[in-house]
Design a protein around this ligand. Structure first.
Ligand SMILES: [Zn+2]
Length: 296
């Protein structure tokens, strides 16, 4: 039996002991194993417990379906996914580079290299970081960029990049403190960090609760909202310049959540729920996924 305010569940960001049980969830994508999500009452971060260590996390990624590695699948959903992806890539590039001159960029969690490819076509000098061997092998055939392992982040020189992007990556990072230290170190003066993250305060998150596909435990170790991002970066040299949204995510996440609930007509219901979430977000600003643009 688990209790709230378990003293062992310290916040992985601020170390506060003031944490409480937030939600009981399962790995609905792969193993069906149960996990808990705790809330830090000090900084607003939600975090997955238990957190699989580096030796055991691999098994939770062992699926050909894991979406960031999806390649050339047939069928209706993958086709929609592909065309939305193309529009999305252009949107992400514009969002990330607005006001920046072409320069050097690092993409942490580059997957099969979709975004690197988009950026290289516009003349950016790119480096990628990717833990999956399979994804890395595909990326290496598609892009000029050097693709490194996550532990090679430490070998990159200080102030090497004009831009660092992390599209849905920081939620997977176990050591947040170390990561944030590297991000500050690697950016040039005036450089930009772009983070896209699921927002647990979105209407689709509140509607689906333990079925919300973007909790995606235990692959997602951290779960963010505006407040937790503000708290994480407030004492760093990175200042939040603006937030933006990824409108498609509300539909995709709602569709996946409907599938997890074993509801009939997941595409239709997911589309409707995604639309409702986006309409509510027009007023509240709580989009299903938020993009944070920080500069130093
Ligand atoms: Zn905290």
């Amino acid at each position: 039996m688990k209790h709230t305010n378990d003293m062992n569940k310290n916040c992985p960001w601020c170390d506060s002991e003031k944490t409480q049980m937030h939600l009981w969830v399962k790995d609905l994508f792969l193993t069906q194993e149960p996990f808990e999500i705790y809330e830090c009452l000090k900084c607003g971060l939600l975090f997955t417990e238990p957190r699989p260590d580096v030796n055991s996390i691999g098994k939770y990624y062992q699926s050909e379906e894991y979406y960031s590695h999806q390649e050339n699948k047939n069928g209706f959903i993958p086709k929609i996914y592909e065309s939305v992806k193309r529009v999305n890539l252009r949107h992400k590039r514009k969002l990330a580079t607005k006001g920046l001159k072409v320069g050097t960029m690092l993409e942490i969690g580059c997957g099969v290299g979709d975004f690197l490819h988009e950026m290289e076509q516009k003349g950016w000098n790119c480096t990628g970081i990717e833990p999956s061997k399979e994804a890395k092998a595909i990326a290496k055939n598609r892009v000029k960029a050097n693709i490194l392992n996550p532990d090679e982040l430490a070998s990159l020189e200080d102030e090497s990049f004009d831009l660092i992007t992390m599209w849905h990556v920081l939620e997977h990072v176990d050591n947040l403190k170390e990561e944030v230290t590297h991000l500050q170190r690697l950016l040039k003066k005036g450089g930009r960090l772009v983070l896209a993250l699921p927002n647990y305060k979105s209407a689709d998150a509140e509607f689906y609760r333990e079925y919300w596909a973007a909790y995606d435990v235990p692959r997602h170790l951290n779960h963010f909202c505006r407040e937790s991002i503000n708290n994480i970066f407030k004492n760093t040299k990175l200042k939040l310049k603006k937030t933006d949204k990824l409108v498609w995510d509300a539909y995709y996440i709602s569709y996946m959540s409907e599938k997890y609930k074993n509801h009939t007509l997941p595409l239709l219901k997911g589309a409707l729920r995604g639309l409702i979430s986006n309409c509510k977000a027009q007023k509240s600003g709580e989009w299903s996924s938020l993009v944070y643009v920080l500069e130093c």
